[in-house]
Design a protein around this ligand. Structure first.
Ligand code: DX5
Ligand code: ZN
Length: 223
């Protein structure tokens, strides 16, 4: 059976109890933690900074559990800061650095995984130039900036197209999907080719994280 990764987005967590919230989802069996960094410039919202990551690490969560999604412009300085913390993965939007290749190499020089994030209206042809440097392609299923939005239906076609590009390239690149994922639509998204699922409100708005992961995993059987 294919191993899908389930990654709670803590943008939807209770920020007054962040350490506890992360511990609870990891104990329930979720694989990584998605850490959204927003600057109120690239996206119209402000969220977490490296200071919050430091607190989480001090609380006892290993950086190797943290999947960083940078929604900041320019991104270079923050890429450097998060890479030095040796998080699991750093994902950035291609238009937010002046030299994509250089940013990807910097991330990988710290043994972090590197990913590019594609917005719903972004074209995808440029991916051919970078595919051999990528560990992950993150496909946004909503416009970035807020949790609890509805998935934009034509993003599903994008997953299928990007999966084709990856297979043709022969490179080992995972597809991560972010935004609007629910228990009702996750099966269809997985069948389109996604490997890693970032899920915010569906998890954190539920009362019991263990029951919710069971419901989600049930939808991913036999794919
Ligand atoms: C949106 C963020 C997402 C968001 C997902 O800009 O990048 O990670 O928190 O939340 P849900 O699953 O509620 O759409
Ligand atoms: Zn995100």
């Amino acid at each position: 059976m294919k191993k899908f990764l389930l990654v709670p987005s803590i943008l939807s967590a209770d920020f007054a109890n962040l350490g506890l919230e992360i511990t609870r989802v990891l104990l329930a069996g979720y694989d990584l933690i998605h850490f959204d960094v927003m600057d109120n410039h690239y996206v119209p919202n402000l969220s977490m900074s490296p200071i919050i990551l430091d607190s989480i690490i001090k609380y006892g969560i290993k950086p190797s559990y943290i999947d960083v999604h940078l929604m900041v412009n320019p991104a270079e300085k923050l890429i450097d800061i998060f890479a030095k913390k040796r998080v699991n993965c750093i994902n950035f939007h291609p238009e937010t650095t002046s030299n994509i290749s250089k940013s990807l190499s910097l991330i990988k020089s710290y043994n972090c995984k590197a990913g590019l994030v594609i917005n719903p209206n972004d074209s995808i042809d440029f991916l051919y130039n970078f595919i051999n440097k990528l560990d992950v392609i993150v496909i946004m299923l909503v416009n970035p900036g807020f949790s609890n939005q509805k998935l934009i239906p034509n993003t599903i076609k994008k997953i299928i197209k990007i999966k084709k590009i990856i297979i043709e390239s022969g490179c080992n690149v995972s597809i991560e999907v972010d935004g609007g994922i629910t228990i009702d639509n996750i099966n269809k998204i997985a069948k389109s080719g996604a490997d890693i699922f970032v899920i915010g409100s569906t998890i954190f708005n539920s009362k019991n994280y263990l029951k919710t992961i069971k419901k989600i995993r049930n939808k991913l059987i036999n794919i």
